[in-house]
Design a protein around this ligand. Structure first.
Ligand code: IPD
Ligand code: CA
Length: 160
């Protein structure tokens, strides 16, 4: 009994040390993944990674492509995330479409899952639904938001 108790402890020590090794390997590969995600134009904010492929298309097109990649259209939910989005817009000097629309109810902007937005950064005077045709949201190089026709072509920006 005494012996089997000892070997049980030794077995557990071995298991803990194996787990420690696996954790170190995981940390190393995660640290490498973060660098990959941030290169050359990706931005990491907390657990969120914003990435563009450089592709430009209509809102539906961009939404589909982000979903296909296992992400979704970028939807900054605070100032830090919006700054990350802005940096990518500046880097490419091209506006992006966000995963935010008022397609369901005019004037009520929602995420693609239907939730009401919790953060916005509208340019003064926006959203103005110009010509009654603007249900999507673009981000300018100054980080400000403008509602824009969803059929316009903008730079893709996905979040993962
Ligand atoms: C418009 C203006 C306007 C904005 C609209 C845009 P355009 O640009 O920038 O301020 O509210 O969303 O469509 O169409 O006159 O080049
Ligand atoms: Ca507008």
């Amino acid at each position: 009994k005494g012996d089997s108790g000892l070997s049980e402890v030794n077995l557990m020590k071995k298991q803990v040390s194996d787990l420690e090794g696996q954790l170190r390997a995981l940390q190393a590969s995660f640290s490498k993944y973060q660098k990959v995600a941030a290169f050359p134009g990706g931005r990491i904010v907390g657990n969120k990674v914003f990435v563009t492929s450089g592709y430009e298309g209509t809102f539906d097109d961009l939404k589909q492509k982000c979903l296909q990649a296992g992400g979704q259209l970028a939807a900054p939910k605070n100032a830090a995330e919006n700054t990350a989005v802005q940096q990518i817009v500046v880097q490419h000097n091209k506006s992006v479409f966000l995963g935010v629309t008022d397609i369901q109810t005019e004037g009520k902007f929602r995420y693609l899952n239907g939730d009401a937005i919790v953060y916005s950064n509208w340019l003064q005077g926006e959203p103005n639904n110009e010509k009654g045709r603007e249900n999507c949201v673009e981000v300018y190089v100054n980080g400000k938001w403008n509602d824009r026709a969803c059929g316009e072509k903008r730079l893709i920006l996905c979040e993962f």
